[in-house]
Design a protein around this ligand. Structure first.
Ligand SMILES: [Zn+2]
Length: 231
């Protein structure tokens, strides 16, 4: 059976009960999960799985790997993610969407890569000029987008429909594996549209504020920007 990915439906659920459907070594599969496994540049969640009221013996997990022997198939467990960490990742992930949406809007250039870390994130752009003045301008514009409090919508589209949207084609949607029939869309209404499996906040104001902390020249037409959240 396929695990129900609750974090895809609602990124704000930090605790849920589930049934163990498979066990292998120290790994456990659940019928439903709120633990984001990592991917698309976003770091995986960690947290606790507890059962039989053994709250204190609950195991810390990275993906579905436990630090103790898993309970048998059929056991009802409660999964709790490290919410403080996850919410920070949701804000960081959304900050990157604001950055690429803003840079495309202002300069018409595309993203060439990106990665999130627990305390920062980076994104590369097919950009030639990234002088001090431009960096300051980008920082001003992305914080304006935070303040504008754009809503963020998450929905799925049939593959053919998604492939017909020009904004999605530019984010290399054509690299999606052919067996994927439904495409999950994350839209910052009026700013950014992406095919995306990660977790994001509901409104841009939740990001708080964004600082550009570093830039790097990765080639004539490839520039890297590092950002950090302002609390
Ligand atoms: Zn995303």
């Amino acid at each position: 059976m396929k695990t129900k990915l609750l974090y895809h439906e609602n990124s704000y659920i930090y605790e849920c009960s589930a049934i163990v459907v498979d066990v292998e070594g120290d790994e456990v599969a659940l019928d439903a999960t709120i633990f984001f496994p990592g991917g698309g540049g976003q770091v995986p969640d960690h947290g606790i799985i507890s059962w039989n009221n053994r709250q204190n013996e609950g195991a810390v997990i990275a993906m579905n790997k436990l630090d103790c022997l898993p309970p048998p198939v059929g056991t009802e467990v409660v999964g709790t993610i490290d919410w403080e960490f996850r919410y920070r990742m949701m804000r960081t992930h959304t900050a990157l969407h604001i950055l690429c949406g803003t840079i495309f809007k202002e300069f018409g250039v595309q993203v060439t890569g990106g990665q999130m870390y627990p305390d920062r994130a980076r994104m590369d752009f097919a950009m030639e000029n990234l002088d001090k003045q431009r960096i300051a301008y980008i920082e001003e514009k992305i914080n304006e987008a935070v303040e504008a409090d754009y809503p963020i919508r998450v929905y799925t589209l049939p593959r053919e429909k998604a492939f017909a949207i020009p904004d999605l084609i530019r984010t290399k949607i054509n690299l999606l594996p052919p067996e994927i029939e439904e495409v999950r869309i994350v839209e910052i209404v009026g700013l950014d549209l992406q095919a995306d499996g990660g977790t994001h906040v509901n409104h841009t104001k939740e990001v708080g504020g964004i600082k550009i902390t570093k830039t790097e020249n990765k080639g004539k037409i490839n520039k890297r920007l590092e950002i950090r959240l302002v609390d």
